[in-house]
Design a protein around this ligand. Structure first.
Ligand SMILES: *[C@@H]1O[C@H](CO)[C@@H](O)[C@H](O)[C@H]1NC(C)=O
Length: 310
């Protein structure tokens, strides 16, 4: 439809993940289960941190904020993806497409900054322990979170302004199960080479740069841990390896989606699913199952809830 030159595209067609009914049922169960897990797991982390005063340290407050962002990030795409599995016409209005894209990048940008903040928190705690309490105070924490959201919005707007007024007149098949800048730009009826560069630079190079920066920072912190006390070594290793795992999980798909110059649809789908479905579920799992304080706090919270209901 809308193949006529000069006509205006008011809606886009999203790609179905699969044609076979058996696979649709399987994916429906798989994604639904994961999404419920994402909601419960991340809510549980947020509630545990908010209600347990033992966890009112910057590390856990940042973690709770990461959970909130993860929940938001996966909510931008997963519910729509699940409801589209069985529908035969997967049409998204121009408006909703823009909104989806916008929020993906607000949340993605905020998550990136929170991951940096978490690395900074560990850096100060481990490499500058004497200054930790003065540097990472509640005010600093609040500042970092506010900065994360502002940077997220700026990051999203700075790409949005280029896309919102693009002329769309021809094909409207997104070739993906959600709307995102690289795909939408390709559908515009004008030469978009420089725009593609803007998106690659803004989303791609930023995520690539941040990824390498974070990995180098964590290696530096690990080296410092090794040189210092042997006492807290194993605990620090567990915390840091959890952080590094999350960084790798979050940034690998980002780099692939925005920097890799030869996108293939199947790899695109796979990496998008990792970022919207797998990472937001693994974050709570990684942080809670491997963190003793968190486990103790959760048990305390459950006990309190049970006691209240008695
Ligand atoms: C996020 O961080 C802010 C500022 O430090 C804090 O007040 C808030 O409770 C955190 N959010 C969650 C869900 O824990």
């Amino acid at each position: 439809m809308d193949q006529v030159n000069g006509s205006v595209v008011t809606e886009f067609v999203l790609l179905g993940l699969t044609q076979s009914l058996g696979m649709q049922v399987f994916l429906f169960l798989f994604f639904s289960l994961f999404y419920v897990g994402i909601i419960l797991g991340n809510l549980f982390i947020m509630l545990t941190v908010i209600f347990d005063s033992h966890l009112h340290s910057p590390m856990y407050i940042l973690l709770a904020n990461l959970s909130f962002i993860d929940l938001g990030l996966s909510s931008t795409t997963v519910p729509r993806m699940i409801s589209d599995l069985f529908s035969s016409c997967k049409i998204i209005s121009f408006h909703n497409c823009m909104i989806q894209m916008f929020f993906i990048h607000v949340m993605g940008g905020a998550e990136l900054v929170v991951l940096i903040a978490m690395a900074y928190d560990r850096y100060t705690a481990i490499c500058k322990p004497l200054h930790y309490l003065t540097t990472m105070n509640p005010k600093m924490c609040m500042l970092l979170i506010v900065a994360a959201w502002i940077i997220g919005v700026v990051h999203a707007v700075s790409q949005f302004v280029f896309v919102i007024n693009l002329p769309f007149c021809g094909p409207n098949n997104m070739g993906s199960f959600y709307c995102d800048f690289p795909r939408v730009i390709k559908l515009a009826c004008m030469d978009t080479y420089s725009l593609e560069f803007v998106v690659t630079a803004n989303s791609g190079f930023i995520s690539m740069g941040t990824f390498f920066f974070l990995i180098v920072s964590y290696i530096f912190i690990l080296i410092t841990v090794r040189q210092h006390s042997a006492k807290n070594l194993s605990k620090a290793f567990i915390t840091l390896s959890a952080h590094i795992t999350v960084v790798v999980l979050f940034f690998t798909p980002c780099m692939f989606l925005y920097v890799w110059p030869f996108p293939t649809k199947s790899m695109d789908k796979f990496f998008a699913i990792v970022d919207f479905v797998i990472t937001p579920l693994l974050n709570p799992a990684i942080y809670t199952l491997r963190n003793r304080d968190m486990k103790v706090a959760m048990r305390r919270l459950i006990r309190q809830v049970v006691n209240i209901r008695k």
